[in-house]
Design a protein around this ligand. Structure first.
Ligand code: SF4
Ligand code: SF4
Length: 414
């Protein structure tokens, strides 16, 4: 198959432009090259040999957040994200500076490589304390030009060590799930993991944590390293037995979206069986029958609910977070306006494209400030880091950013 054939899905685009109003980068620049339609045309031109992968062309493709808002509204079902991932994979580092290449690889290793984190822990001689927490405290991230990560990381105090199985105690087991941890939640969002285990067990659900599970591979795939993403996918397909559990639960919608897409890369039945079981924690809990003896303490507060793009555009599970939080008596749940665009986090995008990421975040935070909540809940840890950093910068650090499951766990009567 030649290049033009490999990218023949670009021909599906009928250039209707219906996606343009939904695209965050187009809304900020009003530049056709920064729109889904324009990027598809650039990839098409490159695939057909009329355009070269110049730094400028590459920049337009790399400026895409892969929020997939365009895919969600496209009447022609153009598989946009697949085209971009494939383009990045086939062009490799063409058109990128050495600094961009090193920074991109460094971020991927820091966030996803378990050995990197373990080495940092060993170096400081404090097992169980996250290396990222140390980097935050020493100002190392700031020195690397990653002040957003520095300001947005929560303090990590819980040892990131988990058992293989969390059984239900003192009541019947109604079901059993496997939990996909994800590197970001595992490294610096341990409260979300602990809250998930607590709530699931209290609802009579036993939780397995397959020890050999790996990073979902999303950061690798979106950086053009499809081979690296496939290796991680194969590890996860081997680690999880979907026939053994009712669901594979994700607590990071970005990871959930990648797991949901595994059948795109591996057409074996195991990938489909795995993907069919994947559910966001909010969706799983909202669809579960709660026993009458589950009580939640009232909370007289206001929570603003942020919906990550992956939850909305890929998992199509945006409505469940509000359903879940409305279970807490007295809690005022205020979703962000439905027309709200991507917050700019988008995996490692916030670190590699800080100007656009921060501009987009400002729009979201303007809505948050108007709602004036006590909490900002989001079901993607990457969005949480980015939004927390923005709130801190704007002097709104009093608004606590957390996962909806954490708020629920805090109110659970034990
Ligand atoms: S909505 Fe779909 S078909 Fe229309 S311009 Fe956008 S990508 Fe092309
Ligand atoms: S994925 Fe998002 S940023 Fe990229 S072209 Fe589509 S709407 Fe725009």
């Amino acid at each position: 198959m030649n290049r033009s054939e490999r990218f023949s899905d670009t021909d599906l685009c009928v250039k209707c432009g219906l996606c343009l109003p939904h695209c965050p980068t187009y809304s900020k620049t009003l530049d056709e090259n920064e729109s889904p339609r324009g990027r598809i045309a650039l990839i098409q031109g490159w695939a057909q040999g009329s355009l070269a992968a110049t730094p400028e062309l590459r920049r337009h493709i790399d400026n895409c957040l892969l929020c997939r808002s365009c895919e969600a509204v496209c009447p022609a079902y153009v598989p946009y994200s697949r085209l971009v991932d494939r383009f990045r994979g086939e062009t490799g580092s063409a058109g990128k500076t050495t600094f961009q290449r090193v920074k991109s690889a460094g971020i991927r290793i820091a966030l996803t490589d378990e050995r990197a984190s373990r080495w940092t822990e060993r170096l400081v001689g404090k097992p169980g304390r996250s290396g990222l927490n140390l980097l935050k405290k020493t100002g190392f991230l700031n020195a690397l030009g990653l002040p957003e990560l520095e300001a947005g990381l929560p303090n990590v105090s819980t040892p990131a060590r988990w058992n293989d199985f969390y059984p239900v105690h003192g009541q019947a087991e109604f079901g059993r799930v496997a939990l996909f941890l994800g590197c970001t939640a595992k490294l610096f969002d341990t409260e979300t993991v602990a809250s998930t285990l607590l709530v699931l067990n209290r609802l009579g659900i036993g939780v397995k944590l397959p020890r050999t599970q790996a990073c979902c591979g999303a950061l690798h795939l979106h950086a053009g390293d499809e081979a690296g993403a496939r290796k991680l996918m194969e590890r996860n397909l081997a680690a999880f037995d979907p026939s053994d559990v009712d669901a594979i639960i994700t607590i990071a919608s970005g990871c959930g979206a990648m797991l949901h897409d595994y059948p795109q890369f591996d057409t074996a039945p195991s990938a489909s069986g795995f993907a069919e079981r994947v559910k966001d924690i909010g969706q799983f809990l909202a669809q579960l029958a709660w026993s009458d003896d589950i009580e939640l303490n009232p909370l007289a507060a206001k929570v603003c609910l942020h919906t990550p793009c992956t939850l909305k555009n890929v998992l199509r599970a945006e409505r469940y977070g509000a359903d879940l939080l409305r279970r807490v008596p007295s809690l005022d749940v205020a979703p962000l306006p439905s027309a709200q665009r991507c917050c700019g986090a988008a995996g490692s995008y916030m670190l590699e494209h800080p100007k656009m990421a921060n501009d987009l975040r400002d729009d979201v935070l303007e809505s948050v400030a108007a709602i004036n909540p006590d909490f900002l809940a989001t079901s993607n840890p990457g969005c949480a880091v980015h939004l927390r950093a923005g709130l801190t910068r704007k002097g709104l650090g009093r608004i606590e950013v957390l996962h909806p499951i954490t708020l629920l766990a805090r109110q659970l009567v034990r």
